[in-house]
Design a binder for this molecule. Structure first.
Ligand SMILES: [Zn+2]
Length: 138
């Protein structure tokens, strides 16, 4: 069974690679390369996979899941300029893809098994654009 919790945070980012020139960055990332950044209301959907506990009827304690997401993602990311304030985005371009991977890396250690495991992270950058990450292929 899959269970998904949604959380949102507002953050700004500039999609530029520190080792490329301004012109090269603009060629790759377009307007998103503006070094002054721009904001999004990001929405993260965190999906766990597991069997409901025979006693509690729950895959995972949802209050605890909310706390974990808050502590690992919302608190550190909300109202931040990711490139300047949230490592590793001082050296990793904070595209939606890389942000989703970072969210996965932060959350995965909380679900070492047995029991519920992290199934996927879906990150909406806008209503019309999202990425999904399910960890390294095993
Ligand atoms: Zn953007």
């Amino acid at each position: 069974m899959l269970i998904t919790r949604r959380a949102d945070f507002s953050a700004s980012h500039a999609c530029l690679h520190p080792e490329l020139t301004e012109e090269q960055n603009r060629e790759v990332y377009g307007e998103a390369a503006n070094p002054h950044g721009h904001g999004h209301n990001f929405v993260a959907e965190v999906t766990l996979e597991g069997e409901p506990d025979p006693v509690t009827g729950m895959v995972f304690d949802l209050k605890k899941l909310k706390e974990i997401i808050h502590e690992e993602v919302v608190e550190p990311f909300d109202h931040r300029f990711l490139n300047r304030e949230v490592p590793p985005f001082d050296r990793v371009v904070p595209t939606a893809e890389n942000i989703a991977m970072e969210i996965w890396r932060r959350l995965a250690p909380h679900f070492p098994g047995p029991g519920a495991r992290l199934h996927g992270v879906r990150l909406y950058e806008t209503e019309d654009l999202f990425v999904e990450y399910s960890g390294e292929p095993s």
